[in-house]
Write a protein that binds this ligand. Structure first.
Ligand SMILES: *Cc1c(COP(=O)(O)O)cnc(C)c1O
Length: 451
């Protein structure tokens, strides 16, 4: 194929590439040619700081020498072999590494390619577990999911999801779930305060479980922070309470840490902040440092053992993806874990988080900023029409997108969630770069909310 001119590239980017979550009728090509550290470079060599970690997945920066080398070394050995009845040393080491760093009891790792697949696998494991465990409970086949949930875009994950604009259309394809109101901290139900919020939401969860636990296979949550809902924050103690309730009512807890995992909230996993060990843990996004498609579903030994038995009993987990456990991706993931240790990534987060907070205090005072919230380096700034009533802007006004356009002009790539400006830089971000991100976001917000 002949090299394409810039015009041809832009033309084909519109005509041949169907971009995710993008209205192609109005898409304006933004073509990134390379990246280094926390910065992307477009075809003109224009630098853009990667303010959303290439959609929440980059961890240690782009072109990290340690991760690059690990992939190259792996390439000299083997790029891919199947995980169906076969293995390779890199994938084995990664599984062991994940078992070591994840909450206690999660000792068995199933690999897939995307976060959505990790969630699908979790749903199937939970259902099959109840059928096959020593004291089977075959009626436990329903799932509890939260308002505003997002777990990916495949049909099972969308069934759990509750983001109207993304999900409502597909209703005819979806299975029913038991839905609880979003346990968020900004728009509280009448009569509920920040102090009583956790107890309020937990009481709702308890009455649901008390009534339906016989039919419930699992409760599925994004721990601490619901990402695509708009970086919304669960009240402190909520996650811990959900763990206690699920134990009390004999229901599995599936924690979807696809977004929150790998240091994003300040600890390696969000669950660890409330000393919670789920029964099933879904990982993705940051797993390979943002390099390659890979996800993982971890389960406890109690669950795993329900799938063991003579072949004829058919207790096998009949689920798999062609590239599950891919050695190249595993090499990137293993190197990502090693960099966490070598660079003491988590130990360096508090000063970055403190710097983020300094900026948020200032930004929170802007007249149309309703809420400037964060957990670790997962941050959402919600623009509202009216601060007092918390009345949102009409989504059709696209205020968030307008703010991010201005940020891009200031050299920072941001992508909003509706009226929420998302700030989620790589954990390797420098204080200087963080300043630039926050100043660009502020400039964008001021411009997009000007009367
Ligand atoms: C992004 C995301 C997913 C889906 O991951 P994909 O790799 O995009 O399929 C699932 N759950 C959460 C919480 C996410 O943020």
């Amino acid at each position: 194929m002949k090299p394409l001119t810039r015009e041809q590239l832009e033309h084909c980017d519109r005509s041949a590439v169907w971009h995710a979550f993008t209205q192609m009728a109005e898409y304006e090509p933004l073509i990134i040619e390379r990246a280094a550290g926390n910065t992307l470079y477009d075809l003109d060599g224009r630098a853009l700081i990667d303010g959303v970690s290439s959609l929440w997945c980059n961890v240690h920066g782009h072109g990290h020498p340690r991760i690059d080398a690990a992939i190259r070394e792996q390439l000299d050995k083997i790029a891919h072999c199947t995980s169906l009845g076969m293995s390779n040393p890199t994938t084995i080491k990664l599984a062991q590494g994940l078992v070591e760093i994840s909450p206690a009891g999660l000792e068995h790792v199933f690999f897939a390619g995307d976060g959505a697949a990790a969630v699908e696998v979790a749903l199937k494991i939970a259902l099959q577990y109840w059928q096959q465990r020593p004291d089977p409970r075959p009626h436990k086949s329903k799932y509890v999911a939260l308002g505003g949930a997002y777990h990916g875009d495949t049909i099972g994950a969308v069934s759990l999801g509750d983001i109207g604009q993304f999900h409502a259309m597909f209703r005819p394809l979806l299975f029913d779930v038991l839905r609880l109101p979003a346990p968020e901290s900004y728009r509280l139900p009448p009569g509920v305060t920040r102090e009583t919020a956790a107890a309020h939401y937990l009481a709702e969860m308890e009455s649901l479980l008390a009534e339906h636990h016989d039919q419930i296979a699992a409760v599925v949550v994004e721990p601490l922070v619901q990402g695509a809902a708009g970086i919304t924050m669960q009240p402190p103690g909520y996650l811990r309470g959900v763990r206690e309730l699920t134990q009390c009512y004999n229901v599995l807890l599936i924690a979807d840490e696809v977004a929150t995992g790998f240091g994003r909230t300040g600890t390696m996993f969000a669950c660890q902040q409330e000393d919670v060990a789920p029964d099933i843990l879904c990982l993705g996004k940051g797993l390979t440092g943002g390099y390659l498609a890979m996800s993982a579903t971890l389960a406890t030994t109690e669950i795993f053992e329900a799938f063991l038995g003579p072949y004829e009993q058919s207790k096998t987990l009949y689920h798999g993806h062609t590239y599950g456990g891919n050695p190249l991706a595993a090499a990137a993931a293993l190197a990502t874990l090693e960099v966490f240790e070598e660079e003491q990534t988590l130990a360096h987060l508090p000063e970055k988080i403190a710097r983020l907070e300094e900026h948020l205090v200032r930004i929170a005072k802007l007249p149309h900023v309703g809420d400037a919230r964060h957990r670790g380096l997962m941050c959402g700034i919600e623009l509202v029409h009216d601060r007092d009533t918390k009345a949102p802007y009409d989504w059709k006004e696209r205020r968030g997108m307008a703010a991010c356009r201005v940020a891009i002009e200031h050299g920072v790539f941001l992508r909003p969630l509706g009226n929420v400006i998302v700030i989620m830089p790589p954990l390797s971000i420098s204080l200087d770069e963080l300043d630039q991100i926050m100043l660009a976001a502020e400039a964008g917000i001021v411009a997009a909310t000007a009367p």
